[in-house]
Write a protein that binds this ligand. Structure first.
Ligand SMILES: NC(=O)c1ccc[n+]([C@@H]2O[C@H](COP(=O)([O-])OP(=O)(O)OC[C@H]3O[C@@H](n4cnc5c(N)ncnc54)[C@H](OP(=O)(O)O)[C@@H]3O)[C@@H](O)[C@H]2O)c1
Length: 246
C-alpha cells in the first residue's frame, strides 16, 4: 500500500518548482492531485500529463490564490469530481530581491498577499469539507528566511514568518475536527524563488550550511509527502526546518 493511496490533494502553485515536485511525489504515493497556478498554461499541461502517466487522476486550474470566488468554485468542483479533498498544500509563493529602502508599497502588498492572504483564502475554501468529514491535512510552505535572522528581503521574510503563526493558530482552532496543520520551512533550494539571489548571499548560506549545498525540490517533496500522510498522525502546529543544517 502506498503512503497516500485513496487520498485527494490540492497543491497551490503546483505548475513549477517545489509545487510541481510535491504534486509528483504525492502522485507517486498514490494520491489524486489537483493543483492551481496563475499564468503559465504550458507548465500546467506538462504536469497534468505527468500526473496521468503516474496513473492517478489530475486536475489543473488557472485560479490565482487571490481569487476568492475562483478558489471556492475550485474546491466545490473538486469535491464533486473527486469526492473529497483530504490534503491541502499551501505552496504558492512569490519572492523579490529588493532592499527595504527601495521597496514600493505595491511590492510589499504583492508578496504579502500571495504568500499569506493566498494561504488564508485557499484554506478557507477547502476547510468546510474537511471539517464535515472530520479529516484533513494542511501543510503550509514557509521558509528558513521566516524563522532565522538571515539576509532575505524583508517582505518575503515577514510573509514566511506569518505562515508559522498561521499554522499554529489554525492547528489549535481545527485540531478538534481531526485536521492537522503543519509547516515546512526549506532553506535555499536549487531554483525557483531563490534563483535571483546575489552570489554573496548564496555564499553566506553555503558557508553556514553543514551539508554545504542547496536542497533540491525532490528532497523537499519527499518530506512533504510524509508530512501530509496518515503515518504522520500526531504532529500538529509544527514547523519542520529542512536546510541541510544551517
Ligand atoms: N526555491 C526556494 O529556494 C525556496 C526556499 C524556501 C521556500 N520556498 C517556498 O516554496 C514555495 C514554492 O517556491 P518555488 O521556488 O517553487 O517558486 P516558483 O518556481 O516561482 O513557483 C511558484 C509557483 O507558484 C505559482 N503562483 C505564483 N503566484 C500565484 C498565484 N497568485 N496564484 C496561484 N499560483 C501562483 C506559480 O504559477 P505561475 O507560473 O503560473 O505563476 C508557480 O507554479 C514558495 O512558497 C516559496 O516561498 C522556496
Amino acid at each position: 500500500m502506498r503512503l497516500l493511496e485513496g487520498r485527494v490533494a490540492l497543491v497551490t502553485g503546483g505548475s513549477r518548482g517545489l509545487g510541481r515536485a510535491i504534486c509528483l511525489a504525492l502522485a507517486r504515493e498514490g494520491a489524486d492531485v489537483a493543483f492551481n497556478y496563475s499564468r503559465n498554461d504550458a507548465d500546467a499541461a506538462d504536469l497534468l500529463e505527468r500526473l496521468q502517466a503516474a496513473g492517478v487522476r489530475g486536475w489543473a486550474s488557472k485560479t490565482s490564490v487571490l481569487d476568492r470566488a475562483g478558489l471556492q468554485t475550485l474546491a466545490r468542483t473538486l469535491e464533486t469530481d473527486a469526492g473529497q479533498i483530504d490534503i491541502l498544500v499551501n505552496n504558492a509563493g512569490v519572492g523579490q530581491v529588493v532592499p527595504l529602502a527601495l521597496m514600493e508599497e505595491e511590492d510589499w502588498d504583492r508578496v504579502m498577499s500571495v504568500n499569506v492572504k493566498g494561504a488564508f483564502l485557499t484554506t478557507q475554501a477547502v476547510m468546510r469539507g474537511m471539517i464535515k468529514r472530520r479529516r484533513g491535512r494542511v501543510l503550509n510552505i514557509s521558509s528558513l528566511a521566516g524563522l532565522k535572522m538571515m539576509e532575505a528581503p524583508v517582505h518575503y521574510a515577514a510573509s514566511k514568518a506569518a505562515l508559522k503563526g498561521f499554522t499554529e493558530a489554525l492547528a489549535k482552532e481545527i485540531g478538534r475536527y481531526g485536521i492537522t496543520v503543519n509547516c515546512l520551512a526549506p532553506g535555499i533550494l536549487e531554483e525557483g524563488v531563490s534563483t535571483n539571489l546575489p552570489e554573496s548571499r548564496l555564499a553566506e548560506y553555503l558557508r553556514h550550511c553543514a551539508l554545504g549545498r542547496k536542497g533540491t525540490f525532490d528532497e523537499c517533496a519527499e518530506v512533504a509527502a510524509f508530512l501530509v500522510s496518515d503515518r504522520n498522525s500526531y504532529m500538529n502546529g509544527a514547523t519542520i526546518v529542512l536546510d541541510g543544517g544551517v
